[in-house]
Design a protein around this ligand. Structure first.
Ligand code: G4P
Length: 526
């Protein structure tokens, strides 16, 4: 127990993730409506870049403008303080999503009931599994023809590699969708597409209740059979297993019609974890500790196009954050007084005086922070879990305007600090390589270098497979490896050795040749 316990225990900080189009934006909006953070539907603009709009820079700019307002949304619901962290839907911004997932205590995964588990859902779940993040699954769009419910659940278990436990059960789907049966409190929530406000559920004492036949005459028998099967197949909901990231409770609904969302939110605040202890290199930091610690997981630039202003998003891990108090950025050793920290409450950005573990604050920044920075009252701890992942695409970046060399290098540095892409410097020829997850980033970089830094660049394709962070216990062997592969050796932004592998085949060959060298596709592998 600490002075902050009550505040910590009422916080629920989570992210909503999905494959694009499954309904993440719609669900977010409905949750915000319940929290009173917005008043009308449609207030949260979809923050995704429209498909095929890869060259639409206005769209990219618009997206960046919107996503700062919606990056973190806090609201009060019942006695809880709920913080939703938004994640970009576009897969070219996947790395942003991965980093945001390091700042959440739990996740809601949205799945389209017709499409089932899609590729990006799987990738996102891999990140959650790695971090043992508790996950709730919301199966959406039941108002549309859907896959068989048992098949869907099997698919979730197999492809997302997590045990599931339905807490509600859909009654039919598509045009015949009648609603959901709440397995938790045995009540019936009937669907009526013309009504989007919340109506109280109908309590039925048990499934043999004849009320069921009155409400859903054509579906009562099927529901009885299915529920019997559910109770036979799935063990009781195990809260501990959920908190350990081993079991995902599943809800069904239709975000568009605001159906099933209320149940989701009510259960979520009850079962979702309070801010969790965070692992630092030196030790585990408990939210209850008196001293403040936090880390930067996201940097947002260009808030005001006339100034090069940025906001560093800091997740608070322990202690109480206080405005105007001095906190040290451990990377630089410099202490800063944060005089106008902001938070997004009820969709308004406001200056706050204090914040608690689980909260995210926006710190105005002029270049003092980069992604991954740890901020404390002085203790030297370094948070883990913000690894760099190997990019998928690689290009040399060249200066296209020799008069603007300085601007270019400053621009590249700052964009990399923001985590737009990764920079590798080839140790053999000194050339700079930009690595990204998607092609869109190259356009963003070129555009922003020109418009924000007045610099021009050219890209040259490099057919490359992966960037591999390397390790070898044997110093002599490592030196030998680096010597032999000197043309392929790069340094990342932090000066770590990276081997550039041309293809999976060549990587396998290299691995055979140098058995003692470990190759990792992520920078954090201890
Ligand atoms: P995303 O953020 O996961 O990418 O998905 P988003 O919420 O933007 O939803 C994608 C599309 O699916 C949207 O339609 C949205 O209206 C629709 N949708 C979301 N939830 C449901 C649901 O429960 N039932 C049905 N039938 N549709 C749903 P759109 O036509 O692409 O966009 P819009 O023009 O309607 O915004």
């Amino acid at each position: 127990m600490s002075a902050n316990t009550a505040e910590i225990n009422r916080r629920r900080t989570f992210g909503i993730v999905s494959h694009p189009d499954a309904g993440k934006t719609t669900l977010t909006e409905k949750l915000l409506l319940f929290g009173g953070a917005i008043r009308t539907a449609g207030a949260v603009k979809s923050n995704k870049i429209k498909k095929g709009a890869t060259s639409d820079f206005m769209e990219i700019e618009r997206q960046r403008g919107i996503s700062v307002a919606t990056s973190v949304m806090g609201f009060e619901y019942k006695d809880y303080k709920v913080n939703i962290l938004d994640t970009p839907g576009h897969q070219d911004f996947q790395e942003d999503t991965f980093r945001t997932l390091t700042a959440v205590d739990s996740v809601i995964i949205v799945i389209d009931a017709a499409k089932g588990v899609e590729p990006q859902t799987e990738k996102l779940m891999n990140v959650c599994r790695m971090r043992k993040t508790p996950v709730i699954v919301f199966i959406n769009k039941l108002d549309r023809p859907s896959q068989d419910t048992f098949t869907l659940l099997d698919e979730v278990e197999e492809q997302l590699k997590i045990k599931v436990r339905p807490l509600s059960w859909p009654i039919n789907n598509g045009p015949d969708f009648k609603g959901v049966y709440n397995l938790f409190d045995q009540s019936l929530n009937l669907f009526d597409p013309s009504i989007t406000e919340i109506r109280p559920n109908i309590t039925i004492n048990d499934l043999s209740d004849s009320l069921l036949d009155d409400y859903i005459p054509h579906d009562a028998e099927t529901l009885r059979e299915e529920v019997e099967l559910v109770e036979g197949v799935y063990p009781e909901f195990d809260h501990e297993a959920y908190l350990a990231g081993d079991l995902a409770p599943v809800f069904f609904g239709s975000a568009l019609y605001n159906f099933g969302v209320h149940e989701l939110l009510d259960t979520f605040v009850q079962i979702a974890p309070t801010p969790r202890p965070v692992e630092a290199k030196e030790r585990v930091i408990d939210p209850e500790e008196e001293k403040f610690t936090g880390f930067v997981f996201k940097i947002h630039a260009n808030i005001d196009p006339n100034h090069r202003s940025r906001i560093a998003f800091v997740k608070i891990c322990s202690g109480k954050f206080e405005r105007n108090k001095s906190y040290t950025n451990l990377r630089t050793g410099k202490a800063y007084r944060i005089s106008s920290p902001t938070a997004f409450m009820a969709s308004k950005k406001e200056v706050i005086d204090e914040a608690y573990p689980g909260d995210i604050i926006g710190v105005p920044d002029t270049g003092n922070y980069i992604i991954g920075d740890t901020i404390t009252e002085g203790e030297k701890v370094h948070f883990k879990g913000l690894p760099s992942f190997s990019p998928e695409l690689f290009r040399y970046i060249e200066n296209a305007d020799p008069m603007k060399t300085k601007q270019l290098s400053k621009g590249i540095d700052q964009l990399m600090d923001e985590g737009v892409a990764q920079l590798f410097t080839n140790q053999f020829n000194g050339r700079k390589i930009i690595g990204t997850v998607g092609a869109l980033q190259f356009e963003v970089i070129q555009y922003r270098l020109e418009h924000e830094y007045g610099a021009k660049c050219r890209f040259e394709n490099i057919p490359m497979f992966k960037a591999c962070w390397i390790r070898c216990e044997d110093e002599a062997k490592l030196t030998e490896f680096k010597k032999r592969k000197h043309q392929k050796m790069c340094k990342d932004k932090f000066g770590r050795d990276v081997f550039m592998a041309d293809s999976q085949f060549l990587l396998n060959m290299t691995q055979q040749e140098f058995e003692d060298v470990q190759f990792h596709f992520t920078s954090e592998f201890e």
